[in-house]
Write a protein that binds this ligand. Structure first.
Ligand code: C2E
Ligand code: CA
Ligand code: CA
Ligand code: CA
Length: 278
């Protein structure tokens, strides 16, 4: 049951040899070689808390392996990072997102797409920015339709290349969002120096909202402080109406989670977005 990843995930953690094989298959899939499965992006809506409207989607990478079936990104992203495949994989995600934004635009849908970036992509500012410029130009897409999600730990990386990447992406017109907020040790004072416009509160806090007064206090404080700094707040992993109710009461700007929709293929998202009643 569930997402069908669980067995392979548990199995993976043991085997270095498996990782080597996965890296080989992933390289072949990236090269478009037949028989190595297909990469795809699935899209999960972010819902404006007040209006209930879809304001954009997060793109989540999927790999359907020919023998093993669907493999979780939690498994294959670290493999890509370890075996030098994260740059080409990240490039594919950037290009595919821009292509899809253009497809939606043709269909009359103005959809903003948030993509996840790895630390290693940010370590090469010039290459990364060039890749975004090329993909945006190729599909005639305005940069404001793209958001980059970077985890809190990546944002706190004080390497000058990382900071430079974030500055350059913001100059290009992309929005930046801090993912999994609350799991690291960042201070909002430090984050304020970065050209960030959005915080995503980590799912672990959302999960505990109904049972824990501490979680409610933390979420309330994060939302108030973020708003005072002019940042937008998204709650990730919202699964119950009770959680959504608490978040609405605390004026969280956007909600994302299985309560509203799971990540889905582009055509399904199109039907979903165009059938939501006003
Ligand atoms: P993330 O960026 O924190 O993404 C959110 C994860 O939570 C996704 O898992 C999503 O399917 C899942 N999720 C969404 N709503 C709910 C909910 O209500 N309940 C629960 N339990 N889970 C929910 P997914 O798709 O398996 O992705 C896992 C991680 O893999 C992502 O975490 C991200 O760190 C990474 N990832 C995915 N796609 C990419 C990519 O294109 N590039 C990079 N670098 N990393 C990616
Ligand atoms: Ca994310
Ligand atoms: Ca997240
Ligand atoms: Ca998370």
């Amino acid at each position: 049951g569930g997402n069908g990843f669980a067995f392979f995930e548990a199995h993976m953690q043991a085997g270095v040899r498996e990782q080597v094989e996965l890296a080989r298959d992933l390289r072949a899939a990236l090269a478009g070689e037949a028989g190595n499965g297909r990469l795809a992006l699935h899209y999960q809506p972010k819902i404006a808390t007040a209006e209930g409207e879809v304001t954009g989607v997060e793109a989540l990478l999927r790999w359907n392996h020919p023998l093993r079936g669907a493999i979780s990104p939690v498994v294959f992203i670290p493999v890509a990072e370890r075996f030098g495949l994260i740059m080409p994989l990240g490039d594919w995600v950037i290009a595919e997102s821009c292509r899809q934004i253009a497809v939606w635009r043709e269909a009359g849908l103005q959809m903003r797409v948030a993509i996840n970036l790895s630390m290693q992509q940010l370590r090469q500012p010039e290459a990364l920015v060039r890749r975004f410029e090329t993909a945006l130009a190729q599909h005639g897409v305005d940069a404001r339709y793209l958001t980059c999600e970077i985890t809190e730990s990546v944002a706190m990386d004080d390497a000058s290349a990382t900071e430079r990447s974030l500055q350059r992406l913001a100059e290009l017109g992309l929005s930046l969002s801090i993912d999994d907020f609350g799991t690291g040790y960042s201070s909002l004072a430090y984050l304020r120096r970065l050209p960030v416009s959005q915080l995503k509160i980590d799912r672990s806090f959302i999960q505990d909202l109904e049972s824990s007064a501490d979680a409610r206090a933390i979420v309330k404080a994060v939302i108030e402080l973020a708003h005072a700094l002019g940042l937008q707040v998204v709650a990730e992993g919202v699964e119950t109406e009770g959680q959504a109710e608490v978040l609405r009461g605390k004026r969280c700007d956007k909600l994302q989670g299985f309560l509203f929709a799971r990540p889905m293929p582009a055509d399904e998202l199109t039907r979903w977005a165009t059938s939501v009643p006003d």
